[in-house]
Design a protein around this ligand. Structure first.
Ligand code: DX5
Ligand code: ZN
Length: 218
């Protein structure tokens, strides 16, 4: 399994230091939550953050675009150093085009589905994807509770991937902690985004990453 710390929960005044701590502790990629105040009711960060992070970590930078027009911003993020993109199925009338554009830029592509969106919408595009992101909270904010009714959907996505015989990761985002990571693993997910349970832990980033990794392997 792979761990993707979400910097949304980090202390931005110490961002570089906290990302370096996560890397040293065994995190596998860094998850950057981009929100535009339109696709979701919150504003976060843009390409300059990716550019700065690129200088301080060797980990892949995964860019989760919760924005209305992802195609307008792809070049900017690629130039800043994004290694992969998660774009939403919701609100994108030209998702196939977005996917092909990301691939043509030489980057990995994941498609995210919100809690109310069924796995079945992925059927035709699945062979084009490197990753499916099953949102386990409604996007827009960190520090929310894992929605347990997503577990059957996670199992369904994994079955669809197996049936198609393709190599595609299943990532979960929202409310991941030492308990829910185990539920997600059992349901077939293999990549876990974690914000609060890494950067919001009183014991520090190092201990938090190790706690999640230990829970996943126990
Ligand atoms: C939610 C974001 C998540 C969020 C996860 O819209 O996509 O990546 O930061 O945060 P936690 O781990 O606090 O639920
Ligand atoms: Zn995210």
């Amino acid at each position: 399994m792979k761990l993707a710390p979400s910097i949304l929960a980090a202390d931005f005044a110490r961002l570089g230091e906290q990302v370096a701590q996560a890397e040293r502790a065994g995190a596998n990629r860094i998850h950057v939550d981009v929100m535009d105040g339109h696709f979701v009711p919150n504003i976060t960060m843009g390409a300059p953050i990716v550019k700065s992070l690129r200088q301080v970590t060797r980990l892949p930078l995964e860019t989760h675009l919760m924005i209305s027009d992802p195609d307008f911003f792809l070049d900017e993020f690629v130039e800043a150093g994004s290694d992969s993109f998660n774009v939403h199925w919701e609100g994108n009338n030209n998702l196939h085009r977005t996917i092909q554009r990301v691939k043509s830029l030489g980057k990995k592509i994941g498609v995210a589905i919100n809690p109310a969106t069924p796995a079945s919408v992925l059927e035709e595009i699945l062979p084009d994807l490197d990753l499916v992101l099953v949102m386990t909270v409604n996007p827009g904010f960190g520090h929310q509770h894992f929605i347990h009714s997503m577990l059957p959907k996670i199992r369904r996505v994994r079955q669809m991937i197996e049936k198609a015989g393709i190599d595609c990761e299943v990532e979960l985002d929202g409310g991941i902690d030492p308990v829910t990571i185990r539920l997600g693993l059992a349901a077939g997910a293999d990549v876990f985004v974690a914000g609060t349970s890494i950067f919001g832990e009183a014991g520090g980033v190092d201990a938090a990453v190790k706690k999640l990794l230990a829970a996943a392997s126990s």
